[in-house]
Design a protein around this ligand. Structure first.
Ligand code: F58
Length: 834
């Protein structure tokens, strides 16, 4: 429409300059120098590695934005159904290397930067991680965005732009210390501020009732305090496509900068109060993993985010003059856990209070729009909000929740007359003092599909926490969507040498878009030469990690040892405690050997990494214990290189990219039934690392794909857990003798002042051991023995390693995203123009 008004001359100018930015080496250099001179306002005499990073990033960003623009324009014209992925966390990590690889620019830009006097490796190292997530859930969202972009799906992510990401972890005397992650200290080239897109969000106020022209009673949410949600867009490029999708992150700003009347009255501090309060909302990411905190600010974050996101989506929908009942044909919203569940209530409010739809028509639209992913069965992670708090912050939403619950329970009552028990179990409101809103219940009732994230987990939710919902809705509403990971970041980018070796064997890079093609690697496991080269790649990745460990901790990790890795958030259910107790057992065993016997031992480096939630004292003690054991063992000269223990501080996405390719064996040893899926297990195996794990989460499906010979599984199965816990609670279960001797060793002070560790050791005694360490310890040690034995035959091990990689096709996030698109969202790709 705009263009129609333009003269021929104007159009010609637009066309002349609207051509694409070139992607050859010379254009890169030209653009790099221009950004140094203009964007950074520096001269060629004053360019350090960081400026080189900034100039490279801006050069890539220019090319990204072009694709982003073209993609968004194409979507606007075509108006396809879109999916909106609502996630409070997007754990993106670094962007430069990923963008270079996905856009296919790495080689020529690498050459270009070299000729300008820099090394691409050093340039890439300058970038700080975008760490807007805690762990698996946030990283899953990032992998899914990569797949959505790569597969040309019209998709958007919606989240929050936290000023502080997940804290940085430092160690002091072996204890975790937290430092703020002020990641926006320098300019962030990977976001496009959209300061013109600002949405006012309200809290508080009251509800007024009125009668409309048709005599119907209607409600209106009025009053309250407002803040602004300002949009920042993060482009996500697909691999091998022009498609570039968007994550819109909201940042909170005050409605007005400061209160002039107060300022004039001399109350300077109060005058800026509102600004500070507003900016607080998106200031910090809550640092808990699998644990719910009922803080008002967290609820405000959630509402702020879903209110702005829905307003944005509805503005887009309204551009096309469609009737409301077509909304679910144009919009699918995926709820990444219960954090965005208020979106269900907010959409119902918009449709009924603002758009004047009947309750039932509105509710039909709402439930056809939303789908919900559950990521945990741990009771302490289930979100519940106190009714008085919701009422005070969101009075109209609380009324709507009560109405949703009433109409829902009326249906339940109809289906199960006089069954009060089932009403109480299904109710969205928990009848305690005070009452609470059970967000998972609200999410199930307001969605057309509910899914778990691995086969075992999806079955568990149907038979435990949500079993009464299955009785009511039938089983079809509940599905499984086994998690996946993007092979672009987790193999091609993190492990370039292995990626090349695979490409060489398969003839081309098609496997990066169709991971099932990896199966054609299998015959190469038989080739001696291929195995030699495969081993050499693993070795060089281990050298890279050993260098990193030396630089960060001063510890010598011999790359000829078996690298045994457990990196993930520190949590009791993940049982890093059991791992370090096993290490102590190994240490004692080694000390008991004669020099003769020692010759047969496989040297090991046991590597830990991960953050504990700042308020999680037991998890913090686990970190301290690991560091105490590390200090004792590494200083014991009699042990030589046979055992080294390392805690790598500040585990994050870019560290994972160094650690994962260097692992021989990694541990995924959660109590059966507690780890919903796990995704790092997939990353390790994809990189040719074997796993030692329990029969839990996605370990089970990994086992099915790669075969029993290529995985070390141990421990009790999920269906035994309740009985074992019962036994601990009510019977006197004697402790496993091996475990007992390890505990005694800690208590006698072999690893420093044992009094510190009393609360940790207490978790195993006095009728507790909730995570069943003593029940699994014996079979854990047995499995470790099998690992040692298997590693002695290096060549056999290498065969297993190749077969592992070859059989991981299923765990691509592309497969997972296609399943979501076909079975939940009814979403079709919109091929990007070449
Ligand atoms: C994780 N959950 C699961 N939650 O623990 C893991 O098994 C699964 O593979 C992964 O999701 C992806 O499905 C998880 O990471 C969180 O970190 C939440 C953050 C916000 C508070 C509640 C926990």
């Amino acid at each position: 429409k705009e263009k129609a008004k333009w003269s021929k001359e104007t159009l010609a100018i637009w066309e002349k300059y609207g051509c694409e930015e070139s992607v050859d080496k010379e254009s890169f250099q030209k653009s790099f120098v221009r950004h140094v001179n203009t964007t950074l306002a520096r001269s060629s005499l004053n360019v350090d590695n960081f400026s080189a990073y900034q100039a490279t990033a801006h050069t890539v960003r220019d090319r990204l934005i072009e694709r982003w623009n073209a993609t968004q324009q194409a979507h606007t014209l075509k108006d396809p159904k879109r999916v909106y992925y609502f996630s409070l966390e997007f754990l993106l990590g670094r962007s430069l290397d990923n963008a270079l690889l996905n856009l296919g620019l790495k080689e020529q830009f690498g050459e270009g930067v070299k000729e300008l006097g820099f090394r691409m490796e050093d340039v890439l190292e300058q970038e700080v991680d975008a760490a807007l997530g805690n762990g698996g859930l946030g990283r899953l969202a990032a992998c899914y965005m990569d797949s959505l972009a790569t597969l040309d799906y019209p998709a958007w992510g919606y989240g929050l732009r936290y000023t502080y990401g997940i804290f940085q972890q430092r160690l002091k005397d072996g204890f975790q210390m937290e430092l703020p992650d002020y990641w926006l200290n320098f300019d962030n080239p990977w976001e496009l501020p959209r300061l013109d897109i600002a949405i006012e969000v309200r809290f508080g106020g009251y509800v007024s009732k009125y009668t409309d022209e048709n005599g119907r009673t209607r409600h209106r949410w009025e009053g309250g305090d407002g803040v602004q949600a300002v949009a920042y867009d993060v482009p996500i490029p697909g691999y091998g496509t022009k498609n570039c999708i968007n994550i819109r992150l909201w940042s909170s700003k005050p409605k007005r900068q400061f209160d002039l009347s107060r300022f004039n009255a001399g109350e300077y501090e109060q005058a800026v109060n509102e600004q500070m309060k507003a900016e607080n909302i998106t200031a910090v990411l809550y640092p808990n993993d699998n644990h719910m905190v009922g803080k008002e600010l967290r609820l405000k974050q959630q509402f702020f985010w879903v209110y702005a996101s829905l307003a944005d989506i509805i503005r887009r929908f309204k551009k096309t003059d469609r009737a409301w009942d077509q909304f679910p044909e144009k919009v699918a919203i995926q709820l990444n856990d219960t954090h965005p569940t208020l979106a269900i209530v907010e959409l119902q409010r918009i449709l009924v209070d603002q758009e004047g739809l009947d309750w039932d028509d509105a509710w039909d639209i709402v439930t056809r729009t939303f789908a919900f992913t559950n990521h945990t069965v741990l009771p302490e992670a289930m979100e519940k909000w106190h009714v008085p708090m919701v009422e005070y912050l969101l009075p109209r939403h609380m009324q709507i929740i009560f109405d949703i619950n009433l109409f829902f329970l009326q249906k339940v009552e109809k289906q199960f007359p006089n069954d009060r028990d089932i009403l109480a179990k299904l109710s969205i409101i928990e009848e305690a003092t005070p009452q609470s809103v059970r967000m998972a219940h609200l999410a199930i009732v307001g969605s057309h599909r509910v899914n778990g994230v691995a086969a075992l987990h999806s079955n568990l939710i149907k038979t435990t926490i949500f079993k009464d919902f299955v009785k009511f809705y039938g089983p079809k509403k509940f599905e499984n969507k086994t998690n996946g990971i993007t092979p672009r970041r987790w193999l091609h980018q993190a492990n370039p040498k292995l990626s090349n070796l695979i490409t060489e064997a398969l003839g081309d890079k098609k496997w990066l878009k169709d991971l099932s093609l990896l199966k054609n690697l299998e015959p190469h496991a038989k080739s001696k030469d291929y195995r030699r080269r495969w081993k050499a790649v693993k070795h060089s990745n281990k050298v890279r990690l050993a260098e990193y460990i030396k630089a960060k901790t001063g510890i010598d990790a011999n790359p000829n040892s078996l690298f045994d890795v457990q990196v993930k958030r520190i949590h009791e259910y993940k049982r890093q405690f059991m791992n370090i107790l096993g290490v102590i057992h190994r240490y004692h065993y080694l000390k008991s050997l004669t020099p003769e016997e020692r010759r047969d031992i496989v040297p090991r480096v046991v590597i830990f990494g991960g953050k504990a939630a700042p308020g999680y004292h037991i998890a913090k003690l686990v970190i301290k214990l690991i560091n105490s054991v590390s200090a004792t063992v590494n200083a014991d000269e009699s042990i030589e290189d046979l055992l080294k223990v390392v805690f790598i501080p500040d585990y994050n996405v870019s560290l994972a990219e160094i650690i994962i390719p260097a692992s021989d064996i990694s541990q995924h040893i959660s109590t059966a039934g507690t780890e919903a899926s796990g995704t790092s297990n997939m990353k390790f195996v994809l990189n040719g690392g074997l796993i030692l794990g329990t029969v839990d989460g996605a370990n089970i499906e990994i086992n099915e794909e790669i075969g029993d010979d290529n995985i070390f599984l141990f421990g009790h199965l999920a269906d035994r857990v309740d009985d074992l816990r019962h036994a601990h609670r009510y019977r006197n279960v004697p402790m496993d003798p091996d475990l007992q001797s390890v505990i005694t060793s800690i208590e006698t002070g072999n690893f420093g002042d044992s009094r510190i560790f009393a609360p940790l050791i207490n978790t195993l005694t006095f009728g507790k051991d909730y995570y069943l360490l003593s029940d699994d310890f014996g079979s854990y040690l047995d499995a470790q023995k099998l690992v040692d034995e298997a590693y002695k035959d290096e060549d056999e091990w290498c065969k297993k390693s190749i077969l592992c990689t070859a059989r991981m096709g299923f765990f691509s996030s592309d497969r997972a995203i296609r399943e979501y698109a076909d079975q939940i969202w009814d979403l079709k790709p919109v091929p990007a123009k070449a």
